[in-house]
Design a protein around this ligand. Structure first.
Ligand SMILES: [Mg+2]
Length: 277
């Protein structure tokens, strides 16, 4: 089945569980077990700025996020009408003020010409990054944007293996790399590509799964970001603490999460493979 896709994601589940177990046996939070550089990581909210939300809703959610100690605000762009994107970004920048970190995420919606034009028009908003402006596999196009724009380019969430990330890194396709540990085969693979990214001087902002990536980001040498997403909250008994724009690494051993009763109800205790005659 190759070295990406569903086989790799299946391996990731086991790999991540084994790292959790290993750190627990050492009596350390996973971040410390890996040799962390910090006890908290800069965090930004991603789930308040989707395209289906009105500008007023995005503004209100941004205010709430900042009150909850989440420091950065990310909004989606890539509407059919680019002028509307710019109007929304201008509105949110004005609302949160110049000092709050702001990012945009195009989720691969632009072609090269649109991305360049939009990238130039977005420079005035002093964005932390522009995320996935182009097709995830257009490394050359991303590299061109990273070279000509002042605003850093972030991408990598869709890539499904270390080999694919190697291609992105070799092409100078981003300033900030956004690997997803469950998608690239787990923590073992994530650490391999994080070492390559550090070697090239790249920033790190892992994609989704903050419960895992908080630890991995804390163990990255350069100041990283972690994406705040509360979608997986129902799975776990614990909640991650955010304060003054940072997410605090829990001091519980391993990943520091236990499955909720709700999560247990969604799983079966045993599975039989293959029908026995
Ligand atoms: Mg994204």
């Amino acid at each position: 089945m190759g070295r990406s896709g569903v086989a790799t994601q299946a391996l990731a589940a086991v790999d991540i569980a084994l790292y959790d177990l290993k750190a627990k046996r050492a009596g350390l939070p996973l971040a410390k077990f890996l040799g962390s550089y910090r006890d908290s990581v800069k965090t930004y909210n991603t789930s308040g700025g989707f395209l289906n939300a009105t500008l007023e809703e995005v503004k209100n959610r941004a205010t709430r996020s900042i009150e909850e100690g989440i420091g950065g605000i990310k909004v989606k762009v890539g509407l059919p009408d680019s002028k509307e994107d710019l109007r929304r970004v201008a509105g949110i920048r004005e609302h949160i003020g110049g000092d709050v970190p702001l990012m945009v995420d195009a989720n691969q919606q632009w072609d090269r010409a649109t991305a360049l034009r939009m990238g130039r028009q977005l420079e005035e908003f002093n964005l932390v990054w522009i995320e996935e402006p182009l097709d995830a596999y257009d490394f050359e196009g991303h590299a061109h944007l990273a070279q000509v724009l002042d605003t850093p380019i972030a991408t990598g969430e869709m890539l499904a293996s270390v080999a694919e990330h190697k291609g992105l890194i070799a092409a100078n396709g981003c300033d900030i790399i956004q690997p997803d540990a469950p998608r690239v085969g787990g923590i073992t693979q994530f650490l391999r590509l994080a070492a390559l990214a550090d070697e090239r001087g790249l920033g790190l902002a892992p994609h989704f799964a903050m419960e895992i990536h908080l630890h991995l980001a804390a163990a990255y040498p350069r100041e990283p970001w972690v994406e705040h997403f509360d979608w997986l909250d129902p799975l776990f008994n614990e909640r991650l603490e955010t304060k003054d724009g940072r997410m605090i690494v829990p001091d519980r051993p391993g990943l520091g999460v236990t499955l909720s009763d709700q999560a247990r109800a969604w799983t079966t205790e045993s599975v039989e493979f293959g029908a026995q005659p």
